[in-house]
Design a protein around this ligand. Structure first.
Ligand SMILES: [Zn+2]
Ligand SMILES: [Zn+2]
Length: 225
């Protein structure tokens, strides 16, 4: 059986010899879900760890950067045994079968979402939605909660429940009021820059939905032409 580079090898230049890594920090470094790293530890690919009581109870593995660098330089021999090893872990040691490739992309997605959750946790999301429901524009609400607009709309692309809450709350942002007949129309969306009774362009849910429908229509017309 040929030897494979250790899964740490690719990341060796990011390992700080003077640092002590927790399992979570190591998962971050390897761009893996913590569960995959504890799997590697169980398989014996990450020897030399210390168990340390975790502040929230239970115990956690730690490694010195020095030990990780030693491991990174040591190739390992792993049979691509799909019964024994998790596919996302086998991917890291070189298996590119469809199952392992798919698990790898699911794994990086899980990791990205875990990081997103940390930066924009439920408590902040609830505050943001409450602010928007109170007619605070989304950009202002985001600034008040301490996140970027990108984080807000980024989350809305994959968290359907949050996207719905946000949409529901943003009805309050209609400049005309959602009961006005011009809400959810071109006139509401564009606003009225001049004249005797100017009003700003509306970015409430109704008017944004009008715009979304319009864009769809334009696209299908363009496709038909
Ligand atoms: Zn595989
Ligand atoms: Zn509106």
């Amino acid at each position: 059986m040929p030897a494979q580079p250790h899964p740490l090898a690719e990341y060796a230049d990011r390992i700080d010899a003077a640092k002590v890594y927790t399992l979570r920090q190591l998962a971050e470094l390897l761009e893996l879900a913590p569960s995959s790293v504890s799997g590697m530890a169980r398989y014996g690919w990450l020897p030399g760890s210390r168990m340390k009581p975790h502040r929230r109870g239970g115990r956690t593995y730690t490694w010195t950067g020095k030990q990780l660098l030693r491991l990174a330089a040591r190739p390992i021999r792993v049979r691509f045994d799909h019964e024994r090893y998790a596919p996302s872990t086998l991917y890291r040691v070189g298996c590119r079968c469809p199952t392992c490739v798919q698990a790898h992309s699911a794994d990086s997605q899980e990791r990205k979402r875990a990081l997103a959750d940390e930066a924009f946790p439920k408590e902040k999301r609830d505050r943001l939605v409450a602010l928007v429901a109170d007619a605070t524009p989304v950009a202002e609400a985001a600034a008040e909660v301490g996140v970027t607009l990108g984080q807000v709309y980024g989350r809305a692309t994959w968290d359907a429940a949050f996207a719905e809450e946000l949409d529901e709350a943003a009805w309050s942002l209609c400049v005309l009021g959602q009961t006005d007949p011009a809400c959810s129309t071109a006139s509401g969306y564009r606003g009225k820059p001049g004249g005797t009774s100017p009003r700003p362009a509306c970015r409430g849910t109704g008017c944004r939905e009008w715009r979304r429908g319009q864009a769809q229509l334009e696209r299908s017309e363009a496709a038909a032409a």
